[in-house]
Design a binder for this molecule. Structure first.
Ligand SMILES: [Fe+2]
Ligand SMILES: [Fe+2]
Length: 369
């Protein structure tokens, strides 16, 4: 297939320039009051009559591991911890200078110390809210994988992940309701991504979108928050969730490695484009446009300055530190003409390609006995 037969940026992500701020901000969540959200799922449900357990030893091992790694969100976490949001935000501010760039002439110029603390509380709340919504996406996606994957070892394993994800939604929701002041609605970019993943008729796209991209980013993000938060309850909650998440990403890597080995370059190119779309959607949501709205600041006025902050740029790149090596392990970086390598280079995240992939990492992140 000639290069020009493939999709351009505009077809994949709805804009030509990856960093077109105006285009990114033009996507916002208009249905904030909806109580349910319906997405059409176009995939077939598949029975298999091959019941031989352990035909795929890597998946079987993960399944056995998962049976022993179950924990109880109600009883295994210290919910009696007193969480002081202001104190924690102030402690975090001492650890990390909020903005290293010059704020002169921006809405932040008049910010008091208390305003910065409030901003920090809102940003944490927004981040945890998106984690919770993403976890519900994972719950739905893994239930879908149980139905659509043709291998019995994968159906078995995915069923344990459904339980894991229910627990993750449960603990984030409980934390937000009991220890914070409620939660933010789902971010429009994250919602678009989850909808696209669930919409797709091909079973491996659920894996690629959820297990590799969304969960790969979550694993890195949970790791940062575990290090940064002074709250012992949240630290332990995240440590438990991460130990499950590492297994989930490993499940994606092991399953897709086998499947992608049998695809043509043209088929792989569609997977590369999907991975790129997912990466851009996730990066778009980092702008946290809803937080600025709530703080009474127009996102378009503040974001050009925020985007220039070197500390923030580095942090955002680090969120791709699991995704890029996993895509490499799957052969997606260099398939065909190396299209995804070029895209990840444009996004400034290619430097992680030789970091540890998550095929085996779950062993070291285990939190339960
Ligand atoms: Fe999860
Ligand atoms: Fe997960």
């Amino acid at each position: 297939m000639a290069l020009d037969e493939y999709s351009a940026n505009a077809e994949i992500i709805g804009r030509d320039e990856i960093n077109d701020l105006e285009a990114i901000l033009s996507v916002s969540n208009t249905d904030v009051d909806e109580a349910i959200h319906v997405v059409e799922d176009n995939a077939d449900s598949i029975f298999t009559w091959d019941y031989e357990k352990g035909r795929r030893p890597g998946l079987n091992k993960l399944y056995e591991k998962a049976k022993h790694a179950q924990w109880n969100g109600e009883t295994d976490l210290p919910w009696d911890t007193d969480v002081d949001l202001e104190k924690n935000a102030a402690l975090q501010r001492l650890q990390f200078a909020e903005f290293e760039t010059d704020v002169t002439g921006t809405p932040l110029e008049k910010f008091s110390e208390q305003d910065f603390i409030n901003l920090s509380i809102e940003m944490d709340n927004w981040t945890l809210s998106q984690f919770m919504h993403g976890e519900q996406g994972a719950l739905i996606c893994t239930a879908k994988i149980v139905e659509t994957v043709p291998w019995i070892d994968a159906k078995y394993y995915a069923s344990t992940q459904v339980m894991d994800e229910a627990r993750h939604v449960e603990v984030f929701a409980k934390y937000l309701q009991e220890k914070q002041n409620g939660f933010y609605p789902i971010n429009a970019h994250l919602k678009m991504l989850l909808d696209d993943i669930i919409n797709d008729s091909r079973w491996d796209m659920t894996y690629l979108g959820m297990q590799i991209m969304v969960e790969g980013l979550a694993l890195a993000a949970f790791g940062f928050m575990t290090q940064m938060t002074p709250d012992p309850l949240l630290k332990q909650l995240l440590r438990y969730v991460m130990s499950d998440e590492a297994r989930h990403v490993a499940f994606g890597v092991l399953s897709l490695k086998e499947y992608y080995g049998g695809l043509t370059d043209a088929e792989l190119r569609e997977r590369q484009e999907f991975a790129f779309e997912a990466a851009v959607r996730m990066r778009d949501r980092f702008l946290q446009q809803e937080v600025w709205d709530r703080m009474g600041i127009k996102p378009a006025e503040i974001l050009p300055m925020v985007l220039q902050d070197p500390g923030r740029g580095m942090f955002q790149q680090m969120l791709f530190s699991k995704i890029v090596p996993n895509c490499k392990k799957l052969g997606l970086l260099d398939a065909g003409d190396g299209w995804l390598r070029t895209k990840f280079t444009e996004m400034g995240v290619i430097q992680f390609e030789d970091w540890q992939d998550t095929g085996e990492e779950y062993e070291s992140l285990q939190a339960t006995g």
